[in-house]
Design a protein around this ligand. Structure first.
Ligand SMILES: Nc1ncnc2c1ncn2[C@@H]1O[C@H](COP(=O)(O)OP(=O)(O)O)[C@@H](O)[C@H]1O
Ligand SMILES: [Mg+2]
Length: 349
């Protein structure tokens, strides 16, 4: 009994003690009670039950006291709060019907406290994340509203009906317009990153027809590609619909297309291709642009990371697109990565 790591009482037939170990005496402070072999069990049980925070209507204790040992065929365990603030894990097991039963107890106060602390920290963190997101959402809104007005007025000013502009004025206005659009892009990236990365992103699952989804994404990027002098193609094999959130997936392809167009010099190609492979779809956006330097294939998915060859002023961005894309793909149970990092060929799968 003394070798047991837990406080223990071994009860024999007829409600008498076979053995009580020192741990049991210590844990319940039973120094004044007879715990010698053959002593009656009832005073021990009574003394223990009296220490419960919630005085027991607890059948196992009562049953132990009444000596109904033979009725326990199952292990019973309970976490019992004591009046002094400790928590005890009590376990009663029957040692064959006729032999008696073993009652063990362990002080799990520290363990419970750690558990409670952890729960409290978790709640605090969740609350913090919620407040941060709320802040981001309202800050974005506050920034976006005046920005939309700036952009609208820029557009109005460039309209010939608003009066003629000199060449310089038109150039300045273009710069204002371009930069305002750039800020708008950064804000929407930041907003997407906070909502996706907060694990609160709820996917709206549906059947996604991959070909149609890609067509939409490609069509959305046609004007930008044309302006950048980049040739866009789409090649999608037939296959079953995919289970996922069409809007979010289209955003992912949109992010990859935006990058491909952005990082590909005039005269280059961007090819989107897709085909079903066993249980999943493989979608690729390949380009003939500047490529991802060796060693950055993983880092660029981490958020706010941009490869050294992308730091040039020609390539505006926040480095958040791929991080958001990876989160979305992973929520769908998929993977995303750089397929070929060869110079002059950046491809993302
Ligand atoms: N098609 C691509 N060709 C070359 N580099 C790319 C391409 N797509 C992404 N990258 C690299 O990954 C980085 C992160 O991409 P992303 O998260 O979309 O941010 P951003 O577009 O704002 O720079 C880019 O800054 C660039 O270094
Ligand atoms: Mg991007």
């Amino acid at each position: 009994m003394e070798a047991l790591p837990e406080a223990a009482v071994f009860q024999g037939l007829g409600s008498t003690v076979v053995a009580v170990n020192q741990r049991f005496v210590d844990i319940f402070g039973l120094a004044g009670i007879d715990t010698a072999p053959g002593a009656p069990l009832a005073p021990i049980v009574e003394s223990v039950l009296a220490q419960y925070a919630d005085p027991p209507h607890w059948t196992v204790g009562a049953a132990v006291a009444s000596g109904a040992t033979g009725t326990f065929r199952v292990h019973r365990s309970a976490e019992i709060p004591l009046a002094d603030g400790r928590t005890i894990l009590s376990l009663i097991m029957c040692i064959r019907d006729s032999l008696g039963s073993l009652w063990t107890a362990r002080d799990i106060t520290e363990h419970k406290r750690a558990e409670r602390d952890l729960e409290r920290d978790n709640r605090a963190l969740t609350e913090l994340a919620r407040r941060r997101n709320q802040f981001m959402a309202s800050a974005s809104h506050e920034l976006r509203t005046p920005l939309s007005s700036i952009i609208s007025f820029c557009e109005l000013l460039t309209d010939p009906s608003a009066g003629n502009l000199g060449a310089d004025q038109r150039m300045f206005l273009d710069a204002i317009h371009r930069n305002a659009e750039r800020i708008r892009g950064v804000i929407s990236d930041l907003l997407a990153a906070t909502t996706t990365r907060s694990a609160q992103l709820e996917l709206e699952y549906g059947e996604v027809r991959v070909g149609r989804m890609l067509e939409h994404a490609v069509r959305d990027h046609m004007p930008a590609a044309a302006e950048a002098g980049v040739f866009l193609t789409l090649d999608c094999a037939p296959g079953p619909p995919l289970r996922g959130d069409e809007h979010r997936l289209q955003q992912v392809v949109g992010n990859l297309l935006e990058n491909a167009v952005k990082f590909t010099p005039r005269g280059g190609d961007v090819a989107v291709s897709a085909a079903p492979r066993e249980e999943h779809w493989e979608i690729e956006v390949a380009d003939t642009g500047i490529g991802v330097p060796e060693g950055f294939e993983e880092e660029i998915f981490q958020g706010f990371v941009r490869a050294p060859n992308a730091l040039d002023d020609r390539y505006p961005g926040t480095g958040l697109g791929l991080a958001v894309s990876r989160d979305t793909v992973q929520l769908h149970g998929g993977t995303i990565g750089v397929a070929s990092a060869a110079a002059g060929e950046g491809g993302c799968v």
